[in-house]
Structure formats: structure tokens, C-alpha cells
Design a protein around this ligand. Structure first.
Ligand code: ZN
Length: 343
């Protein structure tokens, strides 16, 4: 038998709690609606999506797929925001590829684009993972996350009151050699372009320290660290950054596997930082995925799959629920997002 065919079935006799509806209303602060991550909901009838969100108990949904061109942003604003203004926020982005042709004028131009996006209706800025890995300046040099030339972008976001949802670097194992010790070996096997083995890529901590400098330097700009602050493997480090930076929050999207395999640490973390953690799923609108999140946050169920697929995608381990107290749950489900997103 090949190791990849191994399907051990747990013989534990433990309880399974089905949580069909969350205990309190939920704001999904990190998700997508276009392609490739959002399931292409911009091409489907809006009523279908609203029914699904109602069934899942999601009152408000942040769509990070506004992109940087007027066409995509406008089409998402028209399809979702105009159709149900109280249910959606659409985030815009930065078109890094323009740096090559615009040269030194790029950062100010990108900042002006933010203003234009806000005027059209964008309510936040999504920074995708290429910053720190692939983004290059006009000389073809890799740009650090805290590069000072980009200050106009971050200051303008703060001035406009646009929260910046940023994802850099993570997960850690993508930076390790892809060998038999790599805990993401199977996942990287399915997506070889997700390996950022260092060198030639910068070390993981170089990028994370850049994030810490960036957020610490722009105190008037609200930042949300995607996926448990881009370092779900090290909640102590994430907590330190939250301590240092009052303008920083995190979302928990797509990191059930990380949080749930360290349930004691994660539970303490949620209680200590209960005012700084936002719910997000990142799995497109999916009823079963939402229910898994609710089970994880609300119950003390033990040792269950953190994915809806048979083989969990981020590694072959299982998770335990955090059974968060009601007051913490309410904050994580919606109250913290209301503050950060100014809803
Ligand atoms: Zn995402």
C-alpha cells in the first residue's frame, strides 16, 4: 500500500455535535465571490447566494475580489453591493504589475487608485501574498513588505478609513525544503507553485518581520492579518504583534487546522485577544464549511476533520473544538468585525 492511500478510521467513541446555525449572527470578514477562490458567484443569481447566507447565519460578507481594474470592481459592486447593500462589502487591490512601467511614480499612482476605488464604492484594500515574494520594482528587484517607497499607499488607506486585509508568507512549511519532513508535503505536491523554499525566496521570518514593521509604522491605518495573522503555527508571536500594534486585528480564515491542533493554546489565545479576532472562512460560501467553523468555535467535540473533504487539505491531522464562552463568541462572530469594518 502506498502511504497516500492510507485511510485510518478513528475508533474513538466521542460525541459529534451538528451546529447547523451559529449561536449568534456571523460576519464573514474574509471570503471571496469571484474566481478562482470564490466559486464564481458573480455569475450566479444573487438570490441563491442570499438564501445560502441566510441558511448559514451569515448577516454580512466581505468579498475580497474587487481587484484593481474598474471592470471587476464595478461588476462586483453592481452584482452584490447594489443588490443587497447591507449584506456585502467589496475590497479593492493594488495592481503591482504597473510598477515595472510607471517606475518611481508607482506608489503615488497606486495611492490615487485607492481614492478612485473608494469613490466607486470599495470599502477596504486586500493585499495578496505576492508582496514580499513576487512583487518587483522598476529595476526587477523583489520588494519587501515594509518597503518605505510604499508609504503613500498605507497612509492613504488610513486617511480614507479603508481597512487593509493583508496576507503575507504563510504557512511556514511552504518555506522549508519539500522533503519527507515537510508537514505540507501533500499540499505542495498538488500546488508546486506554492513552495517558496528559502533560498531563493526570502526566509519566512524576514517577511513576517516586514509585516510587523509595516503595521507598527502606520498606526492610523487598520490592518487585518489574514489566516490567524499569517502565523497560525506560532500564536505567541501573533499575540506579541497584537500587543504592540493596537491598529492590528486578525482573521481566522482557513486556519482551523492550525488553531484546532493546538486547542489549549488556541482557546487561551481567543480569550486573551477576544477583542481582536475576526471570523472569516475563505472557503467561498459553503454551508458545510461554515458549519464546521461553528462546531470548532462552539463545541468541545474532539478529534474531527477540519475540512469537508475526506483527506484534510493542509495536513493529515484532526482538530478539537474550542467551546468559546458566549461573550467571546459574540465578539469573534460579529462585534469585532463591526468595529474594524465600521459597519
Ligand atoms: Zn482569501
Amino acid at each position: 500500500m502506498l502511504l497516500e492511500n492510507f485511510r485510518p478510521q478513528s475508533k474513538l467513541v466521542t460525541k459529534t455535535t451538528l451546529v447547523n446555525q451559529p449561536k449568534f449572527p456571523v460576519i464573514d470578514a474574509h471570503n471571496h465571490l469571484g474566481e478562482p477562490f470564490g466559486g464564481g458567484w458573480d455569475k450566479k443569481p444573487l438570490g441563491e447566494l442570499l438564501d445560502l447566507l441566510d441558511e448559514a447565519g451569515i448577516t454580512h460578507y466581505v468579498d475580497l475580489d474587487g481587484g484593481w481594474g474598474e471592470d471587476i470592481l464595478d461588476s462586483h459592486l453592481k452584482h452584490f453591493k447594489e443588490g443587497a447593500p447591507e449584506r456585502f462589502q467589496i475590497f479593492g487591490g493594488v495592481n503591482w504589475s504597473k510598477w515595472q512601467t510607471m517606475g518611481e511614480a508607482f506608489p503615488e499612482w497606486a495611492a490615487r487608485r485607492l481614492r478612485a476605488q473608494k469613490e466607486r464604492g470599495a470599502q477596504g484594500l486586500k493585499i495578496w501574498k505576492p508582496l514580499g515574494l513576487h512583487v518587483e520594482d522598476q529595476n526587477g528587484r523583489r520588494v519587501d513588505v515594509d518597503d518605505e517607497r510604499l508609504i503613500p499607499i498605507w497612509e492613504t488607506a488610513g486617511e480614507l478609513g479603508l481597512p487593509v486585509l493583508i496576507h503575507v508568507a504563510d504557512p511556514v512549511a511552504f518555506f522549508d525544503p519539500v522533503d519527507e519532513t515537510n508537514e505540507r508535503w501533500e499540499e505542495i505536491g498538488g500546488h508546486p507553485d506554492w513552495a517558496f523554499t528559502s533560498p531563493p525566496f526570502p526566509p519566512f521570518m524576514h517577511i513576517l518581520n516586514g509585516l510587523r514593521n509595516l503595521v507598527g509604522r502606520h498606526r492610523k491605518t487598520m490592518f487585518i492579518g489574514a489566516h490567524a495573522g499569517c502565523y497560525g503555527e506560532n500564536l505567541g508571536w501573533v499575540g506579541q504583534m497584537l500587543d504592540e500594534c493596537p491598529n492590528y486585528s486578525i482573521d481566522i480564515s482557513a486556519r482551523l487546522g492550525e488553531l484546532g491542533r493546538q486547542p489549549y493554546t488556541a482557546r487561551k489565545f481567543f480569550i486573551q485577544y477576544q477583542d481582536r479576532i475576526l471570523f472569516g472562512s475563505d472557503l467561498s460560501p459553503d454551508l458545510d464549511a461554515y458549519r464546521l467553523y461553528y462546531r470548532f468555535l462552539e463545541t468541545d467535540d474532539e478529534y474531527f476533520n477540519y475540512n469537508t473533504s475526506e483527506i484534510p487539505g493542509q495536513g493529515r491531522w484532526y482538530v478539537c473544538g474550542l467551546y468559546l464562552p458566549d461573550d467571546v463568541l459574540k465578539k469573534v462572530y460579529s462585534e469585532n468585525a463591526k468595529k474594524v469594518l465600521e459597519l
